[in-house]
Design a protein around this ligand. Structure first.
Ligand code: 5GP
Ligand code: ZN
Length: 108
């Protein structure tokens, strides 16, 4: 599949990977908007949040839980952080494979 994040998952494009399990991968955003800016990406290719089905509810929950775990590991859990899913054009989505942004390390 001609998808940037699928290629990162398959190691066809390099990324600084911070976490991986059977369900997801998390890596540094190439153009960080904050000192810590990770993208938490399911291994299942889902184009947008609109395409999430009942079957994906556990997966999306896992993404959110991983965000808080990574926030703890990167020492931003107490200072605070922002999690964002962008959807479609007006939402500013650039890569059409859902991903949860985790941003922190400064006052946003
Ligand atoms: P979106 O705008 O779709 O919510 O977020 C896409 C994010 O992917 C952007 O923050 C952008 O900087 C990041 N990004 C785009 N291309 C690459 C890449 O090749 N590698 C990495 N690590 N991040 C990328
Ligand atoms: Zn994909």
């Amino acid at each position: 599949m001609d998808c940037l994040f699928c290629k990162i998952i398959k190691r066809e494009i390099p990324a600084t990977i911070q976490y991986e399990d059977d369900h997801m991968i998390a890596f540094n955003d190439i153009n960080p908007k904050a000192p810590i800016h990770l993208l938490i990406v399911p291994k299942k290719h889902i184009c947008t949040l609109n395409d999430v089905t009942e079957q994906d509810i556990e997966l999306v929950g896992r993404l959110v839980k991983t965000a808080s775990t990574l926030a703890e590991q990167f020492n931003i859990a107490q200072s605070g952080y922002r999690t964002v899913f962008n959807c479609n054009d007006d939402g500013g989505q650039e890569v059409y494979h859902i991903h949860l942004h985790l941003l922190g390390g400064k006052k946003l």
